[in-house]
Design a binder for this molecule. Structure first.
Ligand code: ACO
Length: 181
């Protein structure tokens, strides 16, 4: 996986990046609560070079598809407007990704043509855990989901992460079923 080897100590501003969605969709309240050393923004088309996959690998085994396939996948997500919202948290000193998370919106015929927000792939760099970055990611994704009209926002997690999601305002409901191929 490619990480930038740049010695730059300033992060790239949103205005200089090609982003997955408008940064205006991120809650100002969450921005104000962020630690001053980090910045939250939508995934950018160049985040392969900022260690996006390395942070995702904290969650599960992550194979590197190569930069070309990564960028094609980014474009595929963006080609489905108002559906995929992937956020990253950037360390302002290194310009590297230290946290990631996604909410995608599933459109429903029920509840007056409403939608459900599905939170997926939450991960925080091991060295940065315990600094409320996970909480800020979940708050931001929930804000996007609720402001998009979702009547509920849901996720699957292991038993060990239940206390974290409870602290983020979620409650345990029903069961998960899975079939792997
Ligand atoms: N058990 C109990 N409490 C926890 C746990 C836990 N496993 N993790 C966090 N908390 C608590 C914190 O102590 C804090 O409580 P406080 O407000 O009383 O101080 C609160 O939850 C918020 O914690 P954060 O500092 O925001 O958590 P962090 O930034 O470390 O992120 C995360 C949590 C995302 C689970 C991180 O530890 C991580 O990346 N883990 C590995 C990958 C993973 O398991 N991701 C979630 C998969 S589920 C999914 O993707 C839908």
């Amino acid at each position: 996986m490619a990480s930038s080897t740049s010695n730059s100590t300033s992060f790239t501003p949103d205005s200089a990046l090609d982003l997955l969605f408008s940064p205006e969709l991120i809650s100002q309240e969450v921005r104000n609560a962020m630690h001053p050393d980090v910045h939250i923004r939508p995934l950018a088309s160049t985040d392969y070079r900022r260690g996006h996959l390395e942070v995702l690998s904290v969650l599960t085994a992550t194979t590197d598809p190569g930069e070309g396939a990564w960028v094609s996948h980014f474009e595929a997500l963006r080609a489905a407007p108002r559906t995929y919202y992937t956020l990253v948290i950037i360390d302002k000193h290194s310009d590297q990704v230290v946290g990631v998370g996604t909410v995608f919106l599933e459109r429903k015929f029920q509840r007056g043509i409403s939608c459900v927000g599905h939170i997926e792939d939450i991960a925080v760099d091991e060295k940065q855990q315990g600094k409320k970055l996970g909480l800020r990611i979940i708050q931001s994704l929930t804000y996007i989901s609720e402001n998009s009209g979702a009547y509920k926002t849901i996720l699957n997690c292991s038993d060990k992460n239940i206390p974290f999601y409870q602290k983020c305002g979620f409650e345990k409901k029903e069961n998960e079923m899975a079939r792997y191929t």
